[in-house]
Write a protein that binds this ligand. Structure first.
Ligand code: SF4
Length: 741
């Protein structure tokens, strides 16, 4: 029998001389290879699953996940992406260190796997259920309608005290809340919030469908966490339609504006680094020396929040050098066809003061056309008079099928829009323009060329958007008024003016604006701005974004491969939006769904309006003497009343009972029910709920939040929910495997 060696003795044997090979460079050892078994087990798997990380990182990289006994054992990047084509770098391999460690998150011991409920509410519920002989709806009503009981569980919010519960019991509580609220107050007293659906379409749709079937409103997410740019729908009417990241490789000039691409677009950043080898210049606009700055040829270290000033100064340079000093044909043609710059604007006169008014419509000129109130006009250089182009909102709805951007008038004749009246003007006048830099009170008087049009004995003064834009940006054209002398004059919006706000050198701004525009002129629009969320997180962030977007519009880049605006995120799209929308908002059962902007909802529901610190005097244009209302909430009420903005809870009555009451009053058709409701609003026997948000019957009463950290997503919300804890009688939080916002 072989003698057994003690393990320790085995280890000491290591120091004994061994048989060697390879001239003493290798040693011959006869040990077992048991250790390798552990290694093999660690990497063992039953199957491979393809997936991605639905955590709103938006990379949506394709991953292989190796699974053993239903447990993720490891992950690997998938490498079967379609090719981007010849002369282009490929997408793959895509991924990032966060994604590679994602399974740790899935199995984190911190992840909540059971429902929890505040102990006070659970005690109240069990007691109420017993007292009401197991009647769920009565039990819930007995808690929320009793002020002392409701106070008991609402007062302890924010103090912890959650206890673990069973799904059966919490489902009963939620059902009781839903039924009681719908029967007593109406389904529009319940609301739902969850972040962007593209991050997890199924999760979003599961909850939104449920709420839509109940008739409860879904709250918007886009505006709530100030993450995505409302400037995009404001300008183009869509949700951030930007090119895929491989298009960065087609650009001739890239500005990374507040977008730290290697951090926020890790799998795609290589397109930016690779295109530099083709000679593309890369510029970084960033307050700090972020990771992306090291890739840039120029760094514009702008003061945080002052990006609009930088963009406005660049716009000043581009307008002066490419529209006035010389006329860059490509830019001018683009502006005439794809922008509103040729459209006519009414100039209003009060006493001796002129101010820009609204667009001139076909109906203002007495033109006998269908939907004339919805058709803005421009000045046609061929006909030497006003003309209605195709592609306005009027054509969208006049059923002629002529809603397009062909350079033709409504009769199909060739159109040559005039950008400026300079040289053809009937008079030159000075208009008052707002200058928001003097604590919001500044006014600057600048000259514009004006045409005079007589219609039905009424004299109309009109100019073009372009003429007003040049005036607003202070681009001098030998017109009267306070125009800056040159780039070094510190009047708005010169390169010297911006330095006071941004701290970026005047010369550098002139250089970058020139380069950006010249590259666009040379390449027919291949100048690109990749924008990030940082510049969006400011009060009036939409206007900052719009100031920057002007640059890609004025240079004919938007809509061109390798040009225009690229956004810092990528997968904010629900690709199958039409089918998904039907499922998500239960459009197969009822129309229309109740949708509302979250910002207004919480503004009223959490009493933020009572803590408002902005008066309308500080927000109104300095050219307006007196604002219509003094409190911003009143504008919200106005928008709800006039039907511009959906607002829930909608009326001071349960909407379910409205049609019953209308029937009792003799209404038989839908139109008669509507008339009944309108009459009640007119005679003030019923009001919009938002008109009296303090009234208890107008309170929202149930809020569902899933895969979201609603309160931390908005600092303002956090403050107000601390101050005013009245909103949700039940806050149901479901953690469905997402990081959330
Ligand atoms: S970027 Fe990272 S976290 Fe996002 S999907 Fe790709 S691997 Fe996952």
């Amino acid at each position: 029998m072989e003698k057994q060696e003690l393990p320790l003795w085995k280890k000491l044997n290591f120091f004994k001389s061994k048989e060697t090979a390879q001239n003493g460079w290798s040693q011959v050892v006869a040990d077992d290879r048991d250790a390798e078994t552990i290694y093999r087990k660690r990497w063992n798997y039953d199957k491979v699953v393809r997936t991605t990380h639905g955590v709103n990182c938006t990379g949506s990289c394709s991953w292989k996940v190796f699974v053993k006994d239903g447990i993720i054992t490891s992950e690997n990047q998938q490498t079967d992406y379609p090719s981007t084509g010849p002369d282009m770098p490929e997408f793959e391999p895509r991924g990032c260190p966060r994604g590679a460690s994602f399974s740790w998150y899935v199995y984190s011991p911190l992840r909540i796997k059971h429902p929890y409920i505040r102990s006070q509410l659970l005690s109240l519920w069990r007691e109420a259920l017993t007292k009401n002989n197991g009647h769920l709806v009565k039990a819930w009503g007995s808690i929320v309608e009793d002020q002392d009981k409701a106070k008991q569980y609402k007062e302890v919010r924010g103090k912890g005290g959650f206890v673990r519960a069973e799904w059966q019991e919490v489902n009963e509580i939620m059902s009781a809340m839903l039924l009681y609220t719908i029967i007593t107050y109406g389904p529009d007293r319940i609301a739902g919030f969850t972040p962007i659906p593209a991050m997890s379409m199924v999760s979003y749709a599961a909850g939104s469908r449920f709420l839509s079937l109940l008739g409860a409103p879904m709250l918007s997410f886009y505006d709530w966490y100030a993450d995505l740019p409302p400037a995009s729908p404001q300008i183009w009417g869509e949700q951030t339609d930007v090119p895929e990241s491989s298009d960065w490789y087609n650009a001739g000039y890239i500005i990374m504006w507040g977008s730290n691409i290697p951090m926020t677009r890790t799998p795609d950043a290589h397109f930016m680094t690779e295109v530099r080898y083709k000679g593309t210049k890369v510029v970084a606009v960033s307050p700090d020396y972020a990771e992306n700055v090291k890739f840039a040829d120029n760094w514009l270290p702008v003061n945080p929040g002052s990006d609009a000033a930088l963009a406005q100064a660049m716009t000043h340079v581009i307008l002066k050098e490419f529209y006035v000093d010389k006329q860059e044909k490509y830019f001018l043609d683009y502006a005439k066809q794809f922008t509103d710059m040729p459209f006519l604007v009414l100039i209003e006169k009060e006493d001796t003061v002129y101010t820009p008014g609204r667009f001139v419509r076909a109906s203002d000129l007495g033109l006998a056309v269908n939907k004339g109130e919805w058709k803005p006009v421009l000045w046609d250089a061929v006909q030497e008079g006003p003309a209605i182009p195709k592609g306005t909102i009027g054509q969208r709805w006049d059923s002629t099928g002529q809603w397009n951007l062909k350079m033709e008038n409504e009769s199909g004749e060739a159109l040559s829009p005039l950008l400026t009246f300079l040289g053809l003007e009937d008079e030159q006048i000075c208009v008052d323009l707002p200058e928001f830099t003097e604590g919001g009170t500044g006014i600057v008087k600048r000259g514009i060329p004006v045409k005079l049009i007589m219609n039905n004995g009424k004299l109309l003064r009109v100019t073009t958007v372009f003429d007003l834009m040049l005036a607003q940006y202070g681009v001098k054209r030998n017109l009267p008024g306070q125009y800056p002398v040159d780039y070094y004059d510190e009047q708005t919006y010169t390169p010297a003016w911006q330095k006071k706000h941004t701290n970026v050198e005047t010369e550098l701004v002139i250089q970058i604006a020139r380069e950006f525009a010249q590259n666009a002129a040379d390449t027919l629009g291949r100048s690109m701005i990749i924008m990030g969320a940082g510049i969006n997180h400011w009060f009036n962030g939409d206007t900052i974004y719009r100031a920057i977007l002007n640059l890609v519009i004025l240079t004919g880049c938007q809509g061109v491969n390798g040009g225009g605006w690229a956004h810092y995120v990528g997968q904010e799209k629900c690709r199958p939006i039409e089918g998904w929308g039907t499922v998500a908002f239960a459009r197969d059962w009822s129309m229309p769904p109740r949708l509302q902007n979250a910002t207004s909802f919480f503004y009223f529901a959490t009493n933020q309006w009572q803590y408002e610190t902005h008066s309308m005097d500080g927000l109104k244009s300095p050219t307006v003497t007196k604002s219509r209302y003094s409190h911003p909430a009143d504008y919200n009420v106005l928008a709800a009343r006039l039907g511009w903005m959906p607002s829930y809870p909608q009326f001071s009555e349960n909407p379910l009972q409205l049609s019953t009451k209308a029937s009792q009053a003799g209404a038989e058709t839908s139109e008669q029910v509507i008339r009944h409701v309108v009459e009640k609003l007119k005679d003030k026997s019923m009001s919009f709920a938002v008109e009296d948000p303090d009234n208890r019957k107008n309170h929202p009463r149930g809020l569902f939040v899933w895969r979201s950290n609603l309160i931390s997503s908005s600092w303002q919300c956090l403050l107000c929910m601390i101050r005013q804890a009245r909103l949700p009688s039940l806050l149901a939080r479901c953690w469905i495997g997402a990081k959330g916002k």
